[in-house]
Design a protein around this ligand. Structure first.
Ligand SMILES: [Zn+2]
Length: 305
């Protein structure tokens, strides 16, 4: 656990024993405790241990703030609500129905993860609709006097929101600002299916920049300094990927082959300016083959191939 600002604690859930992969964040205020993106159920035991160490436990949480409903961010929500039915869950209105009735969400995830699905993410317990508060963006949430601004930030997912904590200057951006490890200089976009949107994504970055945040908080992983440079590098990389995937659709090869080739080329690029270990960690963290499918789907929807 790491105190990253006053009353703001990063909790590393040590996904399958790996540090710095998934970071929920605890936000405390007078009489209010919120957790941002609690992570998947497969890591909920570690989350609960750490909440116990902080003297809070699951019963000490009263709010869950979700940036989006992907399983690595939101999967454990229902498990926590089942244990503490007092918890209110904030999520974009496009994601809200799927938290209570996850059949479609799980079907879409199963397409990506197949038989590995349960092992990777664990059980997804539905959240009673009465616990869910739908957001559209533009709200100001008051958590025990701690004010958070909400913005609608699609691009990675159509139902993605980001939160800005006016007191600490932290912008909680989920997967909108990509992935990086240990404040390293290499930033990768996260572009899984099904709803990557390259038109709305840059507008979401503008929204985030309009807050003039001091730091970005990435679920993968933790605080990132110099938001402008971070987003500029992300934009450049995403544009590069977008072109590469679009080109690969023209070569007549099978999808699996294109995806594997994309992942290999990108890993080779990473190895040029990172240690072998860090390059592999980043490549795995971004799930590069899945990223190819997300961008391929985007281009096909637009008739590119
Ligand atoms: Zn995501």
């Amino acid at each position: 656990m790491q105190n990253i600002a006053p009353k703001t604690t990063l909790i590393d859930v040590e996904y399958f024993g790996h540090p710095q992969v998934i970071a929920p964040c605890l936000l405390e205020a007078d009489g209010a405790v919120a957790i941002m993106d609690p992570g998947p159920t497969s890591a909920v035991a570690t989350l609960k241990n750490k909440l116990n160490q902080l003297g809070l436990g699951v019963t000490g949480i009263d709010t869950i703030l979700l940036t989006h409903i992907h399983l690595d961010h939101a999967g454990a929500t229902g498990t926590l609500v089942r244990e503490n039915p007092r918890i209110r869950v904030y999520v974009h209105e496009g994601g809200a129905p799927h938290m209570s009735d996850p059949a479609r969400l799980l079907k879409s995830a199963r397409r990506l993860y197949g038989t590995e699905m349960n092992r990777l993410w664990g059980e997804f317990v539905p959240v009673p609709a009465a616990n869910v508060c739908a957001l559209e963006g533009g709200e100001r949430l008051n958590l025990g006097g701690r004010e958070l601004e909400v913005a609608y930030t699609p691009g990675h997912a159509f139902h993605h929101v980001s939160y800005f904590d006016t007191v600490t200057g932290l912008a909680f951006v989920g997967d909108t600002a990509g992935l990086r490890i240990a404040n390293g200089q290499t930033i990768l976009p996260l572009t899984p299916p099904p709803d990557i949107d390259l038109e709305s994504w840059p507008k979401s970055w503008q929204q985030i920049q309009a807050w003039q945040p001091e730091r970005l908080f990435l679920t993968h992983f933790g605080p990132a300094v110099r938001p402008e440079e971070h987003l500029a590098e992300l934009r450049e990389r995403l544009e590069g990927w977008s072109v590469a995937v679009r080109e690969s659709l023209k070569n007549g090869k099978h999808d699996a082959e294109c995806a594997a080739q994309f992942a290999e080329q990108e890993t080779t690029r990473l190895k040029r300016h990172l240690s072998e270990r860090d390059a592999i960690r980043l490549a795995r963290g971004a799930a590069l083959e899945i990223c190819w499918y997300g961008l391929a789907r985007y281009w096909r929807k637009r008739g590119a191939a």
